[in-house]
Design a protein around this ligand. Structure first.
Ligand SMILES: [Zn+2]
Length: 214
């Protein structure tokens, strides 16, 4: 059972195609694992469609139809973005396509004792990466300059706000200072999406993180 879901505004922005690529990736990966949010997104998409139907039609320039037709003719079929949750992959689509495989085939970059990471994408201020913690380890105490979203893919972790397991999403804001610690047992791998670099309390750790490109 998934206990922690993305905020409604994230789901609505995703359904409207208004979220940036890194945020879309984490929402799409969550809804591959979460039937409840999949339903929410479908409702939001339907509501958006109904809204469009109610709008007064605006006249189109004559070239618009020809341009749309030529785009359709050259279009390739887009792969289903919500497959994957049912076929046992630990990285469901669309995350798996970004990684070029499942989690077991990845090369990890060590960043601190018990912590390694794997960059996925960076677009301007926002970025997505995987962070892997061995049991009992976690990212050093930090706050956030912007919003950071974490989705658990394997294992679990705890911080003062709660306990997070596969499929759970945590959104951390600049007012949260936390030190997440991975559960005993399996390594904890999270998909982390940030819209600004983390702000570490310990300047040395901050410098180290910067040098490692984290
Ligand atoms: Zn959900």
């Amino acid at each position: 059972m998934i206990a922690h879901h993305p905020g409604e505004e994230l789901l609505i922005a995703y359904a409207a195609g208004a979220s940036d690529e890194a945020v879309s990736l984490i929402v799409a990966t969550h809804i591959a694992l979460c039937p409840d949010c999949r339903r929410e997104v479908r409702h939001a998409e339907n509501a958006g469609g109904a809204l469009l139907e109610d709008m007064e039609p605006a006249p189109l320039p004559e070239t618009a139809v020809a341009a749309a037709m030529s785009r359709l003719n050259g279009a390739e079929a887009t792969p289903a973005r919500r497959a994957g949750a049912r076929n046992g992959f630990r990285a469901p689509e669309p995350l798996r396509s970004y990684l070029g495989g499942d989690l077991d085939s990845l090369r990890w970059i060590p960043v601190a004792k018990g912590i390694s990471y794997r960059p996925i994408l960076k677009r301007g201020r926002s970025n997505a990466q995987l962070v892997r913690s061995t049991p009992g380890h976690g990212i050093s105490l930090h706050t956030h300059k912007g919003e950071e979203h974490s989705l658990v893919l394997t294992g679990g972790y705890s911080d003062p706000t709660g306990h997070y397991l596969r499929g759970d999403v945590q959104t951390a804001t600049p007012d949260i200072v936390h030190h997440p610690v991975a559960d005993e047992g399996e390594d904890c791998i999270i998909l982390a999406v940030a819209d600004a670099p983390l702000a570490f309390r310990n300047p040395f750790v901050g410098l180290l993180a910067k040098l490692m490109g984290y």
